[in-house]
Ligand binder design. Sequence first.
Ligand SMILES: Cc1cc2nc3c(=O)[nH]c(=O)nc-3n(C[C@H](O)[C@H](O)[C@H](O)COP(=O)(O)O)c2cc1C
Length: 195
Amino acid sequence: MDVLKILRERYTTKLYDSGYRLQVEEINQIKEILRLAPSSINSQPWAFEIIEDDVIKERLSEHSMNNSERVRAASHVIVFHVYRSVEVFERERIGRLAEGAQGFYRGYVASRGEVAVRAWMERQVYIALGVLLAALPVLGVDSTPMEGIDLEAYDGILGHEKYRPIVAVALGRRDPKDENQPSITPKSRRTDVFL
Ligand SMILES: Cc1cc2nc3c(=O)[nH]c(=O)nc-3n(C[C@H](O)[C@H](O)[C@H](O)COP(=O)(O)O)c2cc1C
């Protein structure tokens, strides 16, 4: 596997082939990729919701700003959730960790206050997002990471007591006319990022 070739060719899909649907086996691999994502002290403060139902996708698309058409046409949408309550997170996840990990959490995370804990939890969820974005092109699956969605509206539609959404990814196969693909629009990246 040529990892650089894969990363040079992956891109944020702007236009999907609306007739294309991922296979169950591909979705199962995607689930396992998400489950295997690393997180600080293995805290896993997340839940992933894989949506294929056209009615729900349509409702979400109405609250997806510039991403509306992608949410509608994509095969699936994965919504990344984080624990709503720090207290529940601490009981369900931190409480099950080894004493050393709990000590790290108390000393370096919880001691900085609830706002910092929430930001830390969200950072862990974004690690899972990054792992997924890097793995999808290996499976030959096109994707769109999406912060440009109305999270309150998504929360209202999906309505999970324990978790709230923070970011989403549309998945599927590009429409060959998608002008954002690197063969048409070359990748743009900084070169001055190494100190
Ligand atoms: C966390 C995150 C959120 C993003 N949100 C959106 C979005 O809402 N809509 C969109 O079209 N692209 C979105 N993008 C795509 C970025 O604009 C894109 O990754 C960046 O311009 C680099 O282009 P490339 O992914 O095609 O290499 C997002 C990317 C990330 C990592």
